[in-house]
Write a protein that binds this ligand. Structure first.
Ligand SMILES: Cc1ncc(COP(=O)(O)O)c(C=O)c1O
Length: 497
């Protein structure tokens, strides 16, 4: 993996080259441009690239190692060993304490986001699909059929591993995605959220560490907090979680699990390419750490080539796969599933039984009936077409109304647009307050991190709104930004300052 080190030397300066190198590398580490785990080029390579003697690079690296900025690992290379912005490692008591206070900070931001529930607000905050996507007639008909067919037995306690026909249905469904498993490897859960919680309960004990990307899905952070687990965050690049940083971390630490969302990551919408999926699996196998694959958005693709889930590429039983019929069908039915190896299955069933005995057998039957009637395939087809229309509207509206200097990547699927706000001007939290006054809301970036990052990011769920509301909402957002910026300028130019 190449580093993102960039060096510009002043060959006329009196400052020796090796000192210029030290200064520039330090600055890039301190500013967060080079994060912990980044592999630096070999001294010979860098010397050649920037046209200096190798001894200058060797001296610079040696001094940076002595000061704790870099570390060398025999046969593997030189790595950045600390973070300017602290990338959220919460692995010892002292840091854990500061992370607890950060968690409280997150909660106050989340409280603030509750404002977005007001009915007069164009809500881009929540992670829900829009209710107009829900197949209500099919639901009604499936409920009637199940009641007529099964009567009171549909209301009995269900087996903890799930309703047999639905487990078979899930096996068939995931096999179409390339995951070959037996019904005995399918555990039905209360949505993907419970699936994640059960896996963490079964595999990770209090104070042990899980690894996730920064940013990440809020729900995994919630579970980690509730179960008192440590979270180590790994930065992302355009292809998802950075494996150079991950490997560096795995060399020295033994986390219990790596949590990833390879397809349409929440909140960034990124997709991990095939070669990185394979590399991740190799790493997981080499360091013997299980990977929890969250695939709730896997089928939300409206552009580009579909990619196999990690579990379909997994030949060493390293991956636990989680999916759900919530986002794609009916969130309120709370049906999700775990696909896991035989060795973990019984443990997970015991945890599931302790949690809630079983997921509602009635809901499982209804979802199974809808599945048999082809509703899932129809839904995906219709939803993805509409999500693309909404994505296109959102991108055009963002170009028109968002302030200059905003950045985003165009997602090929899913529901989210992850926007980086300009470097100067209001933060996401400041913008949120003014935006709500203008009747529009979004998710504030900080809530997707463990360590207070994300203050200049917002997540917009464009999927939740009709195109005309997207246009209107983005206009209000742009207005909110301009209004705030003008206030800032007034204060800055005030004669009192
Ligand atoms: C990445 C991710 N995983 C899991 C979930 C939880 O989904 P469910 O409704 O299936 O519990 C969500 C919901 O927002 C999500 O975004």
């Amino acid at each position: 993996m190449s580093s993102m080190l960039s060096v510009e030397l002043d060959r006329n300066s009196e400052e020796p080259i090796y000192k210029q190198l030290i200064r520039q590398i330090k600055m890039q580490i301190e500013s967060g441009n080079l994060s912990a785990g980044t592999r630096l080029p070999a001294s010979r390579e860098l010397a050649k690239d920037i046209n200096v003697s190798r001894i200058s690079v060797v001296n610079a690296y040696a001094e940076l190692r002595a000061e704790g900025y870099l570390s060398a690992h025999a046969g593997r290379g030189t790595f950045v060993s600390r973070d300017g912005q602290s990338v959220g490692s919460v692995t010892n008591g002292a840091v854990a304490q500061s992370s607890t206070s950060r968690a409280m900070h997150d909660y106050s931001i989340r409280d603030m986001m509750k404002l977005a529930r007001r009915s007069d607000i164009i809500n881009f905050s929540h992670g829900s699909p829009p209710p107009e996507f829900f197949p209500m007639q099919h639901l009604q008909s499936a409920i009637n059929t199940v009641l007529e067919r099964d009567g009171a037995s549909a209301m009995l306690y269900e087996r903890p591993e799930g309703y047999g026909p639905l487990r078979s249905g899930v096996r068939d469904y995931v096999s179409a995605l390339g995951i070959m498993c037996s019904v005995d490897n399918v555990l039905i859960t209360g949505g993907a959220q419970q699936a994640i919680d059960l896996v963490l309960q079964a595999l990770v004990s209090e104070n042990e560490t899980i690894v996730t990307s920064a940013p990440t899905y809020i729900g995994i952070l919630d579970v980690a907090r509730a179960r008192r687990l440590q979270v180590h965050s790994i930065p992302m690049d355009e292809d998802g979680i950075r494996l150079d940083c991950l490997e560096y971390y795995l060399m020295e630490n033994s986390p219990r699990l790596i949590y990833v969302m390879p397809t349409f990551h929440n909140p960034t919408g990124k997709v991990m390419p095939l070669h990185r999926r394979r590399q991740l699996l190799n790493l997981a196998h080499e360091y013997d750490v299980p990977v929890l694959e969250d695939a709730v958005y896997h089928e939300f693709r409206f552009e580009g080539e579909p990619l196999p889930p990690l579990k379909a590429l997994d030949t060493t039983d390293s991956v636990i796969h989680v999916g759900a019929f919530t986002k794609m069908l009916l969130p309120g039915m709370r049906i999700g599933y775990i696909i896991t190896s035989n060795s973990q299955f019984d443990r997970l069933v015991r945890v599931k039984q302790a949690a809630d005995i079983s997921t509602s057998g009635f809901n499982q039957r209804v979802i199974h009936m809808m599945m048999q009637r082809g509703v899932i395939a129809q839904q995906l087809e219709r939803n993805n077409r509409e999500l693309k229309r909404r994505r296109d509207t959102a991108i055009e509206a963002a170009k028109r109304y968002f302030p200059e200097g905003c950045k985003w990547e165009v997602p090929q699927g899913g529901m989210y647009l992850w926007v980086t706000l300009p470097k100067s001007g209001p933060t996401a939290a400041e913008l949120f307050i003014t935006a709500v006054q203008k009747h529009v809301s979004f998710a504030i970036g900080n809530v997707f991190y463990v360590n207070g990052q994300g203050s200049r990011n917002i997540r917009v769920n464009y999927g939740l709104q009709h195109p005309d509301r997207i246009e209107e909402g983005f206009r209000y957002l742009g207005d909110a930004w301009r209004e705030l910026t003008e206030k800032y300028n007034e204060i800055e130019n005030s004669p009192l300052l």
